[in-house]
Design a protein around this ligand. Structure first.
Ligand code: PMP
Length: 406
């Protein structure tokens, strides 16, 4: 047996406990969506839970060729440290895509980030003091709620309907709550798949200008439109030009494993984000940025996107075709024009979180809507993703869901 004398320690000299973790880390739980994904990783599960792009549609060959080219032609440059703002050719390529789509953008206005998630963290670091108020759509993207909670911000949900945030409700809340920031996902929102119409975007811009408000316009899904016409970014609406930060990403158009995104915003805020990024990671991977820029120069991303959109449209339609038989009578759901998600509501009294166990027992999964609400969850709601499985698998998954919920 070892005694304190043997080890040279005794009670008086035992190490003092390490200081506590920052209180904010205890306030922010892990992502329940990630926990569900872990439960549904078994290959026999047909999962409508994960927000995962279809992996068989990644242009792995094209991406490999782009990495090969930059590593062969300029290894010393692409393996070296680089600037925080990002690879000039990648910034130029993103600026040109935005300009072509109706939002004139200079490469200087862009900061390359580690996915749009990092854009959100940088913006939060640059803008929010503990206790500052952020308005969000109700429901909203879960990891945005985590990001704001980690910054000890106060999050206030703005009521929504089938078309997204309701401008009159927003106006009243801005007057009452004096928020610093409005965070919204105007195209094919996560989790609801809803798209904010132009008139509401213009109203949001007008409110931001009149009442003094920053807007974070998070748009990772905008290029995944299957039907209808693209709607102008809030960043381009009158009144919002000088106070909107547009965030987007290569995750849904190329591959999420690249962890590449970008932030477009006004100069002073962008400079603060650059400083926050220096403290976070100095810069995004030089070789990944160079390969993405090379891919955009050598390949036709729009042709690739046309393939992805066609496949996702088919998958959305497969989900819509079988939902009426799979969900209990009295359920409702929407028909998104793009993106990856559809939002459903079971009849009042049903609890999508409790029912998930039954679904998983039938080897099918979805994400309950509850964690996406900042304050008052609607337990009958759920998010269904339609991108990861083929139409036949979706049909099978819906049969299983019908058995589980029936
Ligand atoms: N914003 C929204 C609304 C999202 O749905 C996601 C991905 N799930 C992200 C940001 C983060 O994406 P990434 O960091 O891969 O660009």
């Amino acid at each position: 047996m070892t005694t304190p004398a043997d080890t040279g320690t005794d009670a008086a000299h035992s190490p003092a406990p390490a200081p506590a973790l920052a209180a904010r880390t205890a306030k922010v739980g892990g992502s329940p969506v990630r926990e569900i994904l872990a439960l549904t990783a078994r290959p026999e599960v047909i999962s409508f839970a994960g927000g995962l792009p279809a992996p068989e549609l990644f242009d792995a060959e094209g991406i490999r060729a782009a990495y090969d080219a930059v590593l062969r032609e300029s290894p010393q440059r692409v393996l070296q440290y680089s600037t925080t703002e990002g690879d000039p050719s990648l910034r130029a390529a993103v600026a040109s895509r935005l300009t072509t789509r109706g939002l004139p953008t200079d490469p200087e206005e862009l900061l390359i980030t580690g996915g749009s998630q990092q854009g959100l963290s940088l913006l939060t670091a640059a803008l929010l003091e503990p206790g500052d108020t952020v308005l969000v759509e109700d429901p909203t993207y879960l990891a945005a709620l985590q990001c704001f909670a980690l910054a000890s911000a106060r999050v206030v949900p703005v009521p929504t309907d089938a078309e997204g945030i309701i401008p009159d409700e927003l106006d009243a809340l801005v007057a009452a709550e004096r928020p610093k920031l409005l965070y919204l996902v105007p195209n094919f929102q996560n989790p609801t798949g809803r798209t904010l119409p132009l008139a509401r975007r213009q109203a949001v811009a007008e409110i931001a200008a009149r009442r003094g408000l920053w807007i974070a316009e998070d748009d990772p899904y905008g290029e995944l439109r299957f039907s209808g016409e693209p709607v102008q970014w809030i960043a381009g609406c009158a009144g919002a030009e000088d106070r909107t930060v547009l965030l987007s990403s290569f995750s849904k158009v190329m591959a999420p494993g690249l962890r590449l995104g970008w932030l477009r915003g006004p100069a002073a805020l962008r400079r603060a984000c650059v400083i926050a990024k220096q403290a976070a990671d100095l810069h995004t991977s030089t070789v990944d940025q160079a390969a993405a820029a090379r891919y955009l120069a050598d390949r036709d991303l729009d042709a690739h996107l046309a393939t992805v959109r066609a496949a996702y449209r088919e998958r959305r339609d497969a989900l819509l075709a079988g939902l009426a038989d799979a969900l209990p009578t009295g359920s409702s759901w929407n028909r998104p024009d793009g993106g990856m998600f559809l939002w459903a509501r079971l009849p009042t009294g049903h609890d999508a979180t409790a029912l998930l166990q039954r679904a998983i027992a039938h080897n099918v999964a979805y994400v309950p809507g509850t964690p996406f609400f900042a304050r008052h969850p609607d337990p009958a709601t759920l998010r269904l993703s339609f991108t990861t499985h083929t139409p036949d698998e979706i049909a099978d998954g819906l049969t299983r869901l019908g058995k589980a919920l029936g």
